[in-house]
Design a protein around this ligand. Structure first.
Ligand code: TRP
Length: 338
C-alpha cells in the first residue's frame, strides 16, 4: 500500500506530552511512518524549528523545547535508522523554495488560514486591533509548511483536523504551479487523518488539553501521574451500585490505553457493582505506568545524551538535503527557464 509513497510528519516543539498527545498523535504518527518504511515507502520526520520562532523568542526556552521534542519522538520509538529524522533549519533550501512559492500563492489563502484567523479572533475578543501581535511568520506560515511538504515529494501528511486546511493549501499551491507550466513538477500531497485514533478525555471529562489543565502527564514521576489519575472526576455512587461503564470517566480513559481483556474486566466490574472508583483508578494507574515506564527511561537517557540525538539529526539532514536540493532545482529550472 505504501510502495513508492512518501509519508511526512512535521512537529512543532510544544513541550512535554500528555497521554492524549501520545495516544492521539505521536503513537499513530510513528506507527504510520514505520508501516510506510516496512512496505517500501519512505518516512520523513522533522522538527519544525523555523515555525517555532514565530511564537517563542527566548533562545533558552526554544532550545530546551527542541531538545525535548527530539527526545520525545525517539523515546516513543521513532527509529532514526529507518525514518529520515531531521531539523527543518538544517535544510536551508526550504527558504529558497518558499520564496518561489510566494509568487504563486494568492494572498487570500493566508487571510483564510485557520492559525491566522484564530489569532485575529482572539484579538477581537480582547478588543485589540486585528493584527495585534501577529508577525509575518505566523501570517505566511502555510507557505513555509507547503515547502516542508512539497520539497520531499510527500504523498501523505498525517495531521490532526486543525492542520488539514494547511495541507490543502500546499496541494493548491503545487496544483497552481503544475497548471501554470502544464507539467507535473510537484507532487500533490494528501492529508492523512487517522480515523481510529483514541480521543482521550481529560480528568474533568473535557478533551485532554494542556490549556484546560486536565492532563495525565507521561514524562512525570509515579507520584505525579498518580495524583492526576486520582483527580479524575467521579460521582458519589457507592462501589456496590451498578454503573453504566460508558458514563464512568475513569473507564473512558482506561479504554484508550488498556488491553481489551482488562477493559472488559473493568466494564463488568462496574456494571455488576463489583468495582468502586478507587479500584478502577488503581487499574488505570497500573495500565498507564506499564505503558509509559519504558518511555520515561528512554527519554531520560536521550536527554542526558543529546550528542547522540544530535548525530542522528545530522545524519537525517544529510539524507534529506540532497532530496530537497533536487526538488528545488527542478522547480528553479522550470521557473527560470533553464
Ligand atoms: N503546522 C504544524 C503544526 O502546527 C507543524 C508543521 C510544520 C507541519 N510543517 C509541517 C506538519 C509540514 C506537517 C507537515 O502542528
Amino acid at each position: 500500500m505504501f510502495e513508492g509513497k512518501v509519508v511526512l510528519t512535521g512537529v512543532k516543539p510544544t513541550g512535554t506530552p500528555h497521554l492524549g498527545n501520545y495516544l492521539g498523535a505521536i503513537k499513530p504518527a510513528i506507527q504510520l511512518g514505520a508501516k510506510a518504511v516496512a512496505e517500501g515507502g519512505k518516512h520523513y520526520m522533522f522538527i519544525a524549528d523555523y515555525h517555532a520562532i514565530n511564537a517563542e523568542k527566548d533562545p533558552l526556552v526554544l532550545n530546551q523545547k527542541l531538545k525535548e521534542i527530539a527526545c520525545i519522538y525517539l523515546a516513543f520509538g521513532l527509529d532514526a535508522t529507518k525514518s529520515v529524522f531531521f531539523r527543518q533549519s538544517d535544510i536551508p533550501e526550504v527558504h529558497e523554495f518558499t520564496t518561489i512559492l510566494y509568487a504563486y500563492t494568492p494572498k487570500g489563502f493566508m487571510n483564510k488560514a485557520h492559525a491566522y484567523k484564530a489569532a485575529v479572533d482572539k484579538n477581537r475578543e480582547a478588543n485589540k486591533p486585528d493584527d495585534d501581535g501577529i508577525n509575518m511568520g505566523l501570517y505566511t506560515y502555510p507557505v513555509l509548511m507547503a515547502s516542508d511538504i512539497l520539497l520531499y515529494d510527500s504523498s501523505l501528511v498525517p495531521v490532526g483536523k486543525d492542520q488539514v486546511q494547511h495541507v490543502e493549501i500546499a496541494r493548491d499551491i503545487a496544483g497552481a504551479i503544475n497548471a501554470w507550466y502544464h507539467e507535473p513538477i510537484l507532487r500533490l500531497p494528501d492529508a492523512h487523518i487517522e480515523e481510529n485514533v483514541a480521543v482521550v478525555p481529560g480528568v474533568d471529562g473535557r478533551k485532554m488539553s494542556k490549556s484546560y489543565g486536565n492532563v495525565i502527564p507521561v514524562f512525570a514521576t509515579d507520584a505525579e501521574i498518580k495524583k492526576a489519575i486520582f483527580s479524575i472526576k467521579t460521582d458519589s455512587r457507592a462501589p456496590d451500585e451498578p454503573k453504566d461503564p460508558e458514563e464512568v470517566l475513569v473507564y473512558q480513559i482506561f479504554k484508550a490505553i488498556a488491553t481489551p481483556d482488562a477493559v472488559a474486566e473493568m466494564a463488568t466490574g462496574l456494571r455488576e457493582g463489583k468495582m468502586g472508583y478507587g479500584q478502577a483508578k488503581n487499574m488505570l494507574l497500573d495500565a498507564v505506568l506499564k505503558e509509559v515506564s519504558p518511555f520515561r527511561e528512554k527519554y531520560a537517557y536521550y536527554m542526558a545524551h543529546f550528542d547522540e540525538v544530535e548525530a542522528m539529526l545530522q545524519k537525517g539532514a544529510e539524507t534529506a538535503r540532497p532530496v530537497a536540493k533536487q526538488t528545488l532545482n527542478r522547480l528553479k529550472n522550470i521557473v527560470f527557464g533553464k
